[in-house]
Design a protein around this ligand. Structure first.
Ligand code: UDP
Ligand code: MN
Length: 359
């Protein structure tokens, strides 16, 4: 009787154990199937070659082991700091006192130490205030060659730095440092990441010049420079054969396209990595009115510009009128950093004007 009672739970226990082992096996197989799908690349070519030599089982097991080791190394970057990000701003002499001055007063004042301004003319007023100004030898033009020359300088200075990420913006971009840090922190450490927003809804088509005056059709996605984009150091290092020294301009000339397209071409066509498409980067090529005011603090970049005689900018109410702040960058800055001194001054002016108006 006692023996029977003892034996009765045994089959239940054995069954539970069996189910648990099965579940564990299933979970293991799932985790082998690519936990960071968008950022992963499989060694498919070498794997299929080896499989052909009929070592199927050993190869699969070895591959699974390698993958497990690979994913174990890819941890989110909890410890990433804002100062780990190299921020490159592209500008030109004639925009120093207008576009650039607005950025220096707003977001660059919060990221001064790790923001580098790439221009074509020296400016003692800006340098003497402690901003990092890099005066390139590039011509002050809007030509493909001049723009690629500045991008090559940005790449070169980043590679010589100890920063973990390279981010590029134009001088008509507002960059939200907090949103940028959140975005980049979510990527796996040591991932091969190229993130930004395409300006087209389809891949770019280009003609690549080959030897002997031949050409070939190429397609690739690229992040529009006017919305800003970022590259992880690991990926930037792999780009060197097509981006270091004079090579970036040579690659740009080979596809007859400007700097931002060249970055996309190198990453997607030369290296075979896919760009990560993000909706949090914005250029003035899109209708900025479509960003709802409550979403503005979450965006990584914003922009502004004239389109058909009207200002294309985000719509956000604040202490500055549209005449005082046509880009809305000051208004955005006061929303993100309300303790900024000139935000208080503006608020006081509005309050005293209201008081005066009521008397
Ligand atoms: N730019 C430049 N040289 C020029 C004109 C523009 O270096 O002669 C830079 C400018 O400072 C900006 C970027 O190129 O960072 C894009 O310029 P813009 O916004 O005027 O033109 P877009 O390409 O956005 O229409
Ligand atoms: Mn622009």
């Amino acid at each position: 009787m006692i023996l029977r009672r003892l034996l009765h739970p045994l089959p239940v226990f054995a069954l539970t154990l069996f189910i648990l082992v099965l579940l564990d096996l299933q979970l293991r197989t799932r985790s082998d199937q690519n936990p960071f799908a968008p950022f992963a690349r499989e060694p498919t070519a070498s794997l299929s070659r080896t499989l052909a030599v009929n070592q199927h089982r050993d190869v699969v097991l070895e591959n699974q082991k390698q993958k497990r080791q690979k994913w174990r190394g890819l941890k989110p970057q909890q410890s990433l700091k804002l100062t780990d990000i190299f921020i490159a701003v592209k500008t030109t002499g004639r925009f120093h006192k207008t576009r650039l001055a607005l950025l220096l007063e707003t977001w660059i004042s919060r990221t001064k130490d790790h923001t580098y301004i790439f221009t074509d003319s020296p400016d003692e007023d800006i340098s003497s205030e402690g901003f990092n100004v890099v005066v390139t030898d590039c011509s002050p033009e809007h030509s493909h060659q001049a723009l690629s020359c500045k991008m090559a300088a940005e790449y070169h200075h980043f590679m010589a730095s100890d920063k973990k990420w390279f981010c590029h913006v134009d001088d008509d971009n507002y960059l939200n440092p907090g949103a940028l840090l959140s975005l980049l922190t979510a990527f796996p450490r040591d991932g091969d990441i190229y993130v930004g927003k395409p300006s087209l809804d389809r891949p770019m088509r280009a003609q690549e010049l080959l030897e002997g005056n031949k050409t070939r059709d190429v397609r690739f996605w690229f992040a529009t420079g006017g919305a800003g984009f970022c590259l992880s150091r690991k990926l930037a290092e792999k780009m060197a054969p097509w981006a270091s020294g004079p090579r970036f301009e040579q690659t740009s000339a080979a596809i007859m396209l400007p700097d931002d397209c060249t970055v996309g071409f190198i990453v997607e066509r030369r290296l075979g990595f896919s760009m990560v498409h993000s909706n949090m980067f914005h250029s003035h090529l899109e209708n900025l009115l479509q960003i709802s005011p409550s979403d503005i603090p979450k965006q990584v970049t914003l922009s502004y510009g004239w389109f058909e005689n009207k200002m294309n900018s985000v719509e956000l109410k604040g202490v500055f009128t549209k005449d005082e702040d046509p880009s809305r960058f000051r208004t955005v800055h006061c929303l993100l950093y309300p303790s900024t001194s000139w935000c208080h001054v503006a608020l006081k002016n509005v309050l005293s004007w209201n008081q005066h108006g009521f008397q």
